[in-house]
Design a protein around this ligand. Structure first.
Ligand code: ZN
Ligand code: ZN
Length: 305
């Protein structure tokens, strides 16, 4: 790392190994915001007049996304609000709800909290008890319930777009998990283009081309408060092992995650284009689904057996 910024000659604070750039804190932040803006326009994620609900958990990724989307959308003629799902994870969620409430009022952004218990009658901890030894990971249960809850919260605040903070590391991990699980159809879903659902909702992932550690540095230099404690259930799945494996490779071969990401995009596009599955409605709850019974209803049926 050089001592001075490659863009403005101020004192450098960050060395971007994969590109060889040295950047000061200001130029780093600007470069990250520009990267996000580029991803958004490349995949036509935001349209004029959109109302975007950013799904905010209280972690560094989602709060940084809210920070950047709030900034970009002011210029775009679209508006931003925040939605948070209280999954009901003992001793974990309270701190983050407090952080999100303070940060959204600091940014002057509308914030809506929706609890899984209110919505489904069970919290995540309740549903983990209901598994009774069945092979279901806490993340797959939580993810299924949380995605639906985010959709509903988004409708409640009158937004037509949901933005989630999945970063390059997240989508790459998902890609590898699907490869290892033999789930080819799901690989098609990782294509970063915005997805439109039958109910008119659009889902976007503006951080899909951003490294996780660059988001962490963005949160740090922009003094974004976040919950550092990770979900107590996160080590149940294979994701942690894949994450460590990819980080180890990246350390030895800077840029390898980005290369793998580009491969993923190409593969995902081919699979997506060849899949003909139309979104239709769940026969039980009437919400968007690719199958006769949606993932939330089928999980509820399994858990209550
Ligand atoms: Zn600079
Ligand atoms: Zn359903």
């Amino acid at each position: 790392m050089k001592n001075i910024c490659d863009r403005c000659n101020a004192k450098s604070a960050y060395y971007r190994v994969y590109s060889g750039e040295s950047l000061c804190a200001k130029c780093f932040s600007r470069s990250l915001q520009e990267k996000v803006a580029k991803t958004i326009s490349k995949y036509s994620m935001v349209k004029h007049g959109d109302r975007i609900a950013v799904a905010v958990s209280g972690g560094k990724d989602s709060l940084s996304l809210l920070h950047i989307m709030n900034m970009l959308c002011e210029k775009h003629g679209s508006t931003v609000c925040a939605v948070t799902i209280d999954e009901g994870i003992d001793g974990y969620r309270d701190e983050s709800l407090d952080i999100v409430s303070k940060f959204t009022s600091h940014l002057n952004v509308e914030h809506k909290i929706l609890s899984c218990k209110d919505l489904y009658g069970v919290s995540l901890e309740d549903s983990l008890q209901l598994r009774k030894g069945r092979r279901m990971s806490s993340c797959s249960i939580c993810g299924t319930f949380r995605r639906r809850a985010i959709d509903i919260a988004t409708e409640t605040v009158g937004a037509n777009v949901v933005a989630t903070a999945h970063n390059l590391d997240d989508v790459l991990q998902t890609f590898l998990i699907n490869i290892l699980a033999g789930d080819v159809e799901r690989i098609g879903w990782t294509y970063p283009e915005s997805v439109s659902y039958a109910n008119g909702l659009r889902k976007i992932k503006p951080f899909t081309e951003i490294y996780e550690h660059e988001i962490a540095f963005y949160a740090l230099v922009n003094e974004i408060p976040f919950q550092a404690e990770e979900c107590p259930h996160m080590n149940e799945g294979i994701r942690t092992e894949i994450r460590e494996f990819l980080n180890k490779l990246e350390k030895e071969h800077a840029g390898i995650k980005y290369n793998a990401y580009n491969t993923m995009v190409k593969v995902a596009k081919r699979i997506k284009d060849s899949a003909s599955k139309e979104h239709s409605k769940c026969v039980l709850c009437g919400r968007d689904s690719t199958n006769e019974i949606c993932s939330v209803c089928s999980m509820m049926i399994t858990l209550k057996q």
